[in-house]
Design a protein. Structure first.
Length: 317
């Protein structure tokens, strides 16, 4: 098989469809972490919040029979975990990286334990109902666009418009100004009468809600089941996308799409290239190798908030 034949078989419309399908969860998590980091808080526990979102969505759907209730459950659970993280990192002023790692480990253990308690076995939950799939008849006569965007999850729509909404919120609203000030110079924000702690709490809760929805997508949309550790590094990939995208809506969105493309690409490469040429494990590692390279190469050059990771200390009078 020559190189041109491999390219023709790999770079198809199906690859573009898979890219959109895969990146939806990463976009939700990445946009949520971007909100959090803009306020000056670094949440390394995104992976764990996504995992609990996936678990909660499947459990909520299983017991209610309604995937929308499952989605709501994931959003609420995501916010509750975010509240715990905010209390530890903002109010108690613990190290944010360590607090985020603790949240991640808590969520991994808790999801596995609750799965065992509820179903008397680990591994997977029972199959559940999934969110609706969209099909627009007006797209049917548009080549390529129809094949990429039709028959995707209904969560694709908010995922695609999130960067536009957040750009408007960040740069066109007073709350966006307060959010950015909380990350750049919280003491200056306090001088004008706004409480940086409240702004940071709201940002963490909003970011955790989106991460919970990103996890829910995996269990009640992309699949119809919850599996232990099913997030499989997407939360850490979302963290990399925020760094790569310079903590800006369109930059983070583009980075999430890029990571989604790389993940879809490794599946295509496994299908096209026989194992005797390259072990499939090499292709499976591509997104994570890329994550490490970006974390190593861009973290010092990222134009993130100046005060990120630092607890807010009130001025003594």
């Amino acid at each position: 098989m020559d190189l041109l034949e491999i390219i023709n078989k790999v770079f198809t419309v199906s690859l573009a469809y898979a890219t959109v399908r895969i990146c939806i969860s990463i976009v939700f998590a990445g946009m949520g972490e971007m909100i959090t980091e803009r306020s000056g808080v670094f949440n390394m526990g995104v992976e764990g919040i996504m995992l609990m979102g996936a678990f909660s969505a499947a459990i909520g759907t299983h017991f209610s029979g309604n995937p929308w209730i499952g989605l709501l459950t994931a959003a609420v659970v995501g916010m509750l975990i975010g509240l715990l993280f905010a209390f530890i990192s903002i109010s108690i002023k613990s190290d944010q990286a360590i607090s985020g790692l603790a949240i991640y480990l808590l969520c991994v253990g808790l999801s596995g334990y609750l799965l065992q308690v509820l179903f008397k076995h680990g591994g997977n939950s029972p199959k559940v109902e999934t969110l609706p799939i969209m099909h627009f008849t007006f797209l049917e006569n548009i080549p390529i666009i129809n094949d990429i965007f039709n028959d995707q999850s209904i969560l694709m729509i908010p995922a695609l418009i999130l960067p536009v909404i957040l750009y408007f919120v960040f740069y066109k609203t007073p709350w966006g100004t307060w959010l950015r000030a909380a990350g750049e110079n919280p003491k200056a924000l306090a001088v004008v009468g706004k409480n940086p702690i409240v702004v940071r709490y709201v940002a963490v809760l909003a970011g955790s809600l989106l991460a919970g929805i990103g996890g829910a997508y995996l269990s009640i949309s992309q699949t119809s089941i919850f599996s232990e550790r099913m997030v499989n590094g997407r939360g850490f990939i979302a963290l990399s996308a925020v760094i790569f995208g310079n903590v800006k809506p369109f930059g983070v969105f583009a980075a999430c799409m890029f990571f989604g493309f790389m993940d879809a690409l490794q599946y295509s490469l496994q299908t096209v290239i026989p194992d005797q040429y390259f072990p499939r494990e090499v292709f499976m590692a591509l997104p994570y190798i890329l994550t490490l390279l970006i974390l190593g190469g861009f973290i010092k050059r990222s134009s993130g908030p100046a005060d990120i990771g630092n607890p807010y200390e009130k001025e003594s009078r």
